[in-house]
Design a binder for this molecule. Sequence first.
Ligand code: S3P
Length: 447
Amino acid sequence: MNAHSAPTPATAGKSGPLRGQIRAPGDKSVSHRALIFGLLSCGTTEIGGLLEGADVLATARACAALGAKVDRLGEGHWRVQGVGVGALLNPTETLDFGNSGTGARLMMGVVAGHPVTARFDGDASLRKRPMKRVLDPLALVGARVLEGAEGGRLPLVLEGAREPLPVTFETPVPSAQVKSAVLLAGLAAPGETTVIEREATRDHTEAMLAYFGADVRVVPEGAHGRRITLVGRPELTPAKVMVPSDPSSAAFPLVAALLVKGSKLAIDGVMANPLRNGLVVTLREMGARIETLDERREGGEAVEDLVVQFSELTGVDVPAERAPSMIDEYPILAVAAAYARGVTRMRGLSELKVKESDRLAAVADMLRAAGVTFAIEGDDLIVEGRGPGSVPGGGTVTTHMDHRIAMSGLVLGLAAEAGMTVDDVAFIATSFPDFVPMMRRLGAEIA
Ligand code: S3P
């Protein structure tokens, strides 16, 4: 799955009803954080349900390079023996995060608060992504970029602060990664570190800080924002983390069931954190038949079992304020919009341009290849729905090393008149290694 390996194409053909009961893999955001908090606590952290995708495995290797003992005990069952805040080792090897912006940016925050020097690198996709958004606040903490980072890009060498400073920082973009990097650096600083965000983003770092025993306060800020204050230098207590299943991964079989006629799918244990569930809210507004069967808490997060059935969808207007709660779900929402009746307008998508690919451009190319009419106006994407089962298809989706574009392209093909080809499905392994076999078991025609 690097620049040198041959691409793996796949074709999704018009499929009969999708039926069955599944559980999506462990949440990617929580999985990265569970490993990192394991590294930063003194003693043994046990993790169940860890996502064993390439992105998270890269973070596990980085934790080991920084001094933790990381062991896989069984499927999704991992043990991290951490070193504690302030006691990281100097890594002797490059920290290679592969395709993962989350792993790289969160670990930059960890390194920034410690007197260690680390080289960060990643694949061709990650090397294109902006790092200045984390490097700027981490410079205020006292970290320095020693080499590289031309235009704020990987590869780079980051020297952490000998005496990290507590900062108050307002994130310039709604980004949980930037917020988390600053809070993780703040763990090693004396006094209070504060992050202000104008729009609330996923709160897994704050939740895990509290769960591992740090003193963290979260208060509302403005109409949609939050102010998070962390008291530095806590002694983090190792904990047991059960990773709930990833709503951003469940999104793909979920939308597939909505689009393929006659489908009925049970999806168990999906994380229902309100800062992550914008897609389900939007799909329900579009008329999706998504039933919640059991709401409960697992591993400190709200989870729910969902039953999803084929539905005739109608286009809607998705407000920009909802973007942070479904930022990774726009490619698959665009697929749903293509099969809806009427127009769907998705507002405020500027952050989509700096994901694993420029997702706004990649989604536009995907829709074009499927024969769907759309427009981009500023940061808005407007899709003209063709109605249930009425997308011509027949084209090829270019994934640009982006797992979510690959999965969206396959789902698009399952209900299209002439199916769809995806040029490279290898990157699906970053977040959902079992996606293609699971979809086949449900009845999807993917060759
Ligand atoms: C993530 C935050 C989001 C999201 C990414 C995971 C996280 O990125 O797109 O897949 O785990 O913090 P941004 O912080 O760049 O919005």
